[in-house]
Design a binder for this molecule. Sequence first.
Ligand code: FUL
Length: 484
Amino acid sequence: MSVSVIEAALVAPSSRQLAWQEIEFYGFIHFTVNTFTDREWGTGEESPLLFHPTELDAAQWVAACKSAGMKAVILTCKHHDGFCLWPSEWTDHSVKSSPWRSGEGDLVREVSDACHEAGLKFGIYVSPWDRHERCYGDSERYNTFFLNQLHELLTGYGELFCVWFDGACGEGPNGKRQVYDWDAYYSLIRKHQPHAVISVCGPDVRWCGNEAGHTRKVEWSVVPATLQDNEKIQANSQQLEGDEFSKRIGSDEEDLGSRQVLAKAERVVWYPAEVNTSIRPGWFYHENEDASVKSTEELVDLYERTVGGNSTFLLNLPPDRRGLIHENDEQRMRELGERLGRMYRTNTAAGSRVVASVCKSDEHEGARITDGLKETYWRPSAGIEQAWLEVELGGKQMIDRIVLKEYLPEGQRIEKFHLEWFDGEKWQTFYEGNVIGYKKICRFEPIETERLRIQITESRWYPTVSECSVYWTQMEEKHEPDRG
Ligand code: FUL
């Protein structure tokens, strides 16, 4: 069995996947009893009395996210220790047994309200692995319990953009053997939150395969369908026989979607990548990490490699024991927002004249790539896999970034391209790239030019380009130029 290149070219995202992709950059908030015990994974035996933030201000968390340019927030409503940040009817292991707000608080409500007031979308992280709940491991009973909790979260807090299911489970060989009823979880989500993507242990958004901010040079959104199941298998891995898991392609492999992969795949699906990492070494707050907040340069680099590498960027910010984002992280977020704002403020190609190599058959006008509209795009006729687009900048410009986008409702098609500038006599190649997908930020040493050419040398069936924007980021800092 294999999947043809045309079949792969025709796979397109769902509307919920498209809407999620456009959010680009969003915040993760890890906060629970671990914040007070200084741990990363709780045991489930912690007393709820430990949960006692004294100055908690969800609006401050959301403002910090917004200042960096984030458009949404995901909150750890229940981490592996089972403590619920909302007063769940189905357990006492929650904020209602804590001294915070005298047991009357609901942190999911406070964060979702703060998001909605600030114009950000809200999403929930829920760990299926629950180390506190006694019925965990009694599969049917726990599935009912989990569905009841999920129902509370899906129906009580307005529109959710994402339900993030963690695949981690630390039960050893003699641990509890819980079989999750994923299909029941998914149908409940589809019923109550049809626009929400289900991420990681779910069918809509793929974990990039690491938590360190590593990104692939070539990130495909069209991948073998088995990858979706892998995420579930991982969470149930204690039940696997022999090497069942290792026979499959894993989400941490480098090549998930090339023609070689298609040749061995039975079916491919749209399953785009999200990169999740933390602004500090840990996911939860630890005082001894106050000096280890990632630098603005690291964060800009991460942003450009993730959002500009056909992924989304989910950056974690852990509130401290006061219930506030620490001053260091808060300041870093502000600096990041200001820096990105400066770098990408002026698109020198806006409204530029564009000539396309294949405009005789004239499927679409080349100028659609510089009109600033995401609904318009250029494409040649079907079957034309190579083409070029020449952009006239209207006078000499210093440039060091070019942002390219494909028109995703048509799928992901471009496999190889390079960028050229005209030196007065001939075209010079200054950048070689592979996939584009949702967005490719091409970074290169500054050049001064008035004419640019995008040479698409390999694509699937026919390429599309919906945007080409050009920047001179005037960075004081240097970034290593990359090669695609
Ligand atoms: C992992 C968890 O074990 C970590 O604690 C954290 O929540 C991270 C985002 O996912 O699987």
